[in-house]
Design a protein around this ligand. Structure first.
Ligand SMILES: [Zn+2]
Length: 337
């Protein structure tokens, strides 16, 4: 599976599409087949064509809505293999394809079509289907656009340039809530804490937590932060959640998975368990400068008793940090461009 994730991670597509591919590889999409299995729905049928069981491969390839698009973009000599492969080998072959179609690689076009296939399906089911007359042209155009944006960034990325940027916490976009979490340890391993804050779509405080863990490693403390962040959001029935963490290691673990023998795998697995539930979760890396409230809560946890502390109102110790976010004040940081 490690090779699989590397393949998905190398495809020239936006980050959100890679995260989506990761969910597909983990077979963590909430299809009707899955809902039915969990007794959340009385039908397992596809609501678009109403003629087949809505499995992942049905939505992304076999539903007539997608099949028609694929027939027009998959090269003729590849069609048979394309339509016969089971889900995982279908993904593996197409995401790893080096086939160059001039303006973009096949893997980019494939991944964008898969992503849009899912979006179209969700729009159909959840009722805001935007008109898109020619989906084949749309997919090709978007693949071109993505490929050229990707080439631009990788061309300048060879010679990383550092520039000063003002970094500030940003409220989530409409319809989304945001959890910022952080973990810290004094020594690795050493006394460790975690903290986090859940804010609604207006950016207002919903609740926060501080966790005094005892002794553990820094990445473990970070992951505990993520776990409790997910938990408090899930308990409040948040429909769409962005999690921001300032540890790249943790973001990588959550995006690409870790081996079951990894010492953090038990906790990573608890976090993955949340991703496959009936809500949308996105994980993002943020800079420390934009994660100061979570950092403040983690530091505050050192002064508290061992265990989990939930705050319906912001503790006075972090009010200053919180008001910085409300004002939108920023801090300078040198970042690679
Ligand atoms: Zn269908």
């Amino acid at each position: 599976m490690a090779g699989f994730f590397t393949r998905a991670w190398r495809v020239a597509v936006p980050e959100r599409v890679r995260v989506f591919l990761w969910l597909v590889i983990n077979q963590a999409l909430m299809t009707n087949a899955e809902r039915h299995r969990r007794h959340l729905s009385d039908t397992n049928l596809c609501q678009v064509c109403r003629s087949g069981e809505e499995t992942i491969i049905h939505i992304l390839r076999d539903c007539p809505a997608m099949e028609g698009i694929w027939r027009r973009i998959v090269p003729r000599r590849k069609r048979r293999e394309f339509f016969e492969a089971p889900l995982l080998s279908w993904l593996y072959t197409n995401l790893g394809s080096e086939l160059d179609l001039g303006e973009y690689k096949w893997s980019t076009c494939f991944a964008m079509a898969v992503w849009w296939g899912w979006k179209w399906r969700c729009d159909n089911v959840f009722g805001s289907n935007r008109k898109c007359r020619d989906r084949v042209k749309f997919v090709k155009d978007i693949a071109k656009e993505v490929a050229s944006a990707y080439t631009k960034t990788t061309n300048t990325g060879g010679m990383a340039q550092r520039v000063e940027r003002q970094i500030a916490w940003q409220p989530p976009i409409q319809g989304w809530w945001k959890v910022n979490t952080d973990g810290t340890s004094r020594g690795n391993p050493g006394l460790a804490t975690a903290g986090g804050v859940l804010r609604d779509e207006q950016g207002s405080w919903v609740c926060g937590f501080a966790l005094n863990i005892g002794i553990c490693s820094a990445p473990l403390a970070e992951l505990w932060g993520v776990y409790y962040g997910l938990l408090i959001a899930w308990e409040r029935c948040v429909p769409r959640l962005i999690i921001e963490v300032d540890s790249e290691v943790v973001v990588k673990i959550l995006h690409s998975g870790i081996s079951e023998f990894h010492p953090l795998s038990f906790l990573a697995r608890l976090c993955y368990g949340f991703f496959s539930r009936d809500w949308l979760v996105r994980i993002r890396h943020t800079y420390r400068e934009a994660n100061r409230v979570a950092d403040g809560l983690a530091n505050y946890a050192f002064s508290l008793s061992l265990g989990f502390h939930l705050f319906a109102f912001s503790p006075t110790e972090i009010l200053v940090l919180l008001s910085e976010n409300v004002d939108g004040s920023s801090r300078a940081r040198f970042v690679n461009v």
